[in-house]
Write a protein that binds this ligand. Sequence first.
Ligand code: ADP
Ligand code: MG
Length: 597
Amino acid sequence: MANVKLLDESTITKIAAGEVVERPASVVKELVENSIDAGARRIEIEIQNGGKALIRVTDDGIGMSREDAALSVKRHATSKLSTVADLQRISTLGFRGEALPTIATVSKFTLQTRRAEDELGTKITINGGKSQEVHEVGCKVGTTVLVEELFFNTPARLKFLKSTPTEANKIHDFIVKLALSRPQVAFRFINGNRTALATPGNGSLLDTLSAIYGTELTDSILTLKHDDDNLKLAGYVTKPNILKSYRGWQTFIINGRVVENRTISKAVDEAYKSLIPKTGFPLAVVIINLPQSSIDVNVHPQKIELKFDDEGRIFKAVYHAVRQAIEGKDDTIGHDLTEVAAAPETPHFEQLDLSKDFDEPPTPKKSSERKKKPKDDFDIEETLAKVAEPKEVPKPQPKVEPPKKSFELEPIGQVARCYIVAQGGNDLYIVDQHAAHERILFDRLNNYAERIPAQGLLIHRVMKFDSRETELIEKNLNVFAQLGFTLEPSGADEFRLIEVPLDASDTDAENLLRGIISEIFDGLNEADDIAKRIRQATLATTACKAAIKAGQELNFRQMEILLNELSTTAHPHTCPHGRPTIIKFTADDLAKMFKRT
Ligand code: ADP
Ligand code: MG
């Protein structure tokens, strides 16, 4: 018979380490959260080799006394919780008292810390959980934790780590989220001797966002706002013209805690999808503050899980806020949300899954891992039906079968920044990128049953027309409005252009409208159905102006999306002006050209 043995303490800790500390990003998460809990105003994170060689986190927080420092590296030592009852009112980010000792078990670990009232600080070094040394040292107020050679004594874990850039990206993505959750803290992230990120820590979420993503991006940002009783929602999303192919750009913060949450991401997705066929994910920062009583906190040995009592309410709040922002109904664009973004008193959270690669599309969880449904079985489709109020917002498109593809093309490359060379079966295809995109946009616009979604212009354009044009516009203001162009008379032969179709929101609006008008008049005769003609001219011109131009470089992903969307249009082979979009050479054609027959 085999001997049943008790595992020794160090083995237990190592096993536990696998759950708390999975990769360098989880170390960074634990350390930075400790710094935030310690009231830091500046936090500096340095990594070498994607955190595999070195992770250093330095803060200017309250520091620790010599006794506390020694205790902090012992298991289940925490200053943040003493009884289970306390779990119900946790206001700090960490409270399990496990992070420091577990990290110290699987690395070469140094902690250096000093409180303002102490003359000297304390330095503790631990090597793979062993040979603990405690020294007095002179150092600045605050705490530095240095983690070198993570997993050096657990080769299995080490092997599991990804390449340096991948690990570094995971850390980067997570610091971005933490920085967005604490605009009042200045973050600096140094990746291999290069400052990769620095936020001002001036309390402004908009400034933090600009520091992270650049001012060009914050120029195309829309403000989210929703205030419903005790649920306060704020945040930002990008306009639909700036989408990413992965979700890494989305940060959700509930009561000050960065979380991942299906309900929120689904609501953002659905709000976009209801207005434009979705080809990616917008940047989104969604901040929600609500009473702790409406959140279920589930205590597991290793983690805390967050569920909303009323998932439907959260979904609706996010969905409405995002739609309102996209439709430009809100005039708060560009306002800073600092006050809503300020860290609240009661954070709660869901365990972040740092093992997930943001670059990969989200994969559905295995049923065994799937979390239990919240109490009142929440059905997103149903909620969506309820929240789509026809007067306020254009109805989501009626449910249609997944679009039929008329062909399946794989991109090979781009030629002359104008043509996509592709393969389908044994045939060779050359696709005109502009004409193809024009067709896609035209069909998209044409498919809107009611009104084409429009976006308000920040600066209204006052345009002068001749009397013939004025007559046409005046008589057909409704037709134009349905097509996404809202115009208001503003003097003799003058109109104010207020809204343009969403898809064309970053084109030169004035030129676009002039192009449409001239196309309407081009070859016009008495017998024409004028409303139909306006519609045709508007859709074709808008699609043309909003489509990607020849000369624009496309990456593989963009080519894939373009070909894929083209294959689902009703008339993929010609652009709305009747020019060809695709030229095809069959294997036979090629054989003939090479005189093989
Ligand atoms: P937890 O954060 O769950 O309490 P940790 O192992 O992460 O557990 O930390 C243990 C204790 O060490 C904390 O409760 C805190 O008192 C102290 N501590 C850790 N990091 C810092 C820091 N950067 N500044 C001040 N105190 C810290
Ligand atoms: Mg902690």
